[in-house]
Design a protein around this ligand. Sequence first.
Ligand code: ATP
Ligand code: MG
Length: 601
Amino acid sequence: MLASRLCLATLREDPADAEVVSHRLLVRAGFIHKSGSGLYLYQPLMQRVLDKVRRIIAEEIARAGGLEITMPILQERELWERSGRWALYQASRTMLTVKDRNGIEYGLAPTAEEVVTAYAASVIKSYRQLPVCFFQQHTKFRDEIRPRFGLMRVKEFIMMDAYSFHASEDCLERTYQVMRVAYLRAFARLGLSAFAVEADTGAIGGSGSHEFMIAADSGEDAIIYCPESGYAANVERAVGRIAPAAPWQAPAEPRLILTPGRSAIAELVAFLRAQGYADLGAEHVAKCFLAVALVERGGGAAPLTVAAFVRGDREVNEVKLSHAIARHGGGSVLQLRPMHPEEVRAATGAEPGYAGPLPGLGVDLVIVDQALPLDQPLVVGANRTDYHWVGFVWQRDGGRAAAQDDIVRIRDGDHSASGHRLHERRGIEVGHIFKLGTKYSAALGACYLGPDQQLHPFIMGCYGIGSSRVVAAAVEQHHDADGIRWPMSIAPFQAVVVPARPGDEAVEAAARRIYDALLAAGLEAVLDDREAKPGVKFKDWDLIGVPLRVVCGRALAEGRVELKERGGSATEVPLDRIVAEVGDRVRAAQQALLRAADAVA
Ligand code: ATP
Ligand code: MG
């Protein structure tokens, strides 16, 4: 490829809306072009990288037994109503919809369980055909609340989505493990160090799931992990032990205390300490989170008001709270949001910040975190503006009936069940695997004939990798101050040849010969034939991140050219050795990635 024909579009300035490195560099180096909010055009360089990413992922999923197919992006509403997910995705507004000329409504694929399950039912008749795994790499749409971070969170993206069908849980478990290995192999070949964490199953549903994460400070996910026990979970799901609060000198009887303007916990604690409760801490305060849940009821959705209490030094985990609501009879939660101030006033009769567990608390369901003791004195809101009860014992002093459950957000410094310290770090979710069970097959009546001559719903698994997000994650993991440093397996080109003496015909001819010879040797080379200063060209290729650079310059007179690895030092190589040397380095880099994949357990 000639650089002059590539429509290169490198920029000096960072885009104004770019908060993360990958967004900045992919725009500046000319890989992606913003075409709308959360919408990107893949430029020629990006297309080359994405094709390689897709190919590696497809090879590994096929190696694990996957059969590649292509499903329509338009999915009929009627099909989604049969699984019960139309209402759910409408309530959370995740799905974009369109109507055709006849008024038939479609969702734009956010995922494809319904479509693939209906297909499987039509081609798989007998247990003898199982297991089967279908996959595709196709465009997905999600109406994200906040598209951001470039390719990380967009409305339209490329996902590898795979779906497996089984006649037994054991068989599903085996495929789940095979897919886990396929993912780790794919990420290793892509040059990414990814690790699996326990995950919440979210709107997809199912009984078990793992996410694959790339460690990155810019990541939107928080991960709780324990180096000693190997435990790792998305914070949405993480469980752990919280050190109990030390006892404090509470009054023997609860006291109603005027706490003017002290609606925030830190201010309340400071105020009460100054009033003589010197050993009071935030951990002795019952913090109330008032929320409105939209729950599934009779095929539709209904609002449910909830008060969730945690220790004042902790936060509510809204995902765990949603599961707790379902466990305690509230119904399956489609959506959860904090109450608006006027809703808080209606539920408590007070300004926000004074909600407490007294019978006057007007909500449908009260859930208390298991780390908040109901038999110990607490400071609680009085459901009266500017007042708190001090020394209130929930069970003794007539606290509202409540369910106790695990709804707290675990954090760095808590302990695992085995007593080891938990740590927290941030990550980017690049993939997700789920055990679905019969959720979709039962709803859609997708069955196979078993050895017992009876019809059984398929037992299913599903698996997703954000192929386009993977490109951004690779940049997050591989960059320096000068730009991107692509792993060899996914670089847009393996080597760039730069003639470094503008107007010197001998240099230009030699560069051309080297470039032709690299192509003839099957290497992916680009020749920078543009009319620009060498310094400008070097800056561009560092930004674009091509792993190897061959420079034809002054040393050509002595029969040598310069070879430099991106981010490494330069060496001089004899002209007659350069093609072999580039080839050796490309192969060595590729083989190192393959060895890393083979090392995956
Ligand atoms: P997230 O929690 O980041 O919103 P998700 O859990 O909703 O993602 P899945 O349904 O598990 O996503 O989709 C599989 C994969 O698709 C994810 O692991 C991620 O890599 C990718 N993905 C999901 N949403 C987006 C998006 N809006 N933009 C780019 N990639 C995405
Ligand atoms: Mg996910």
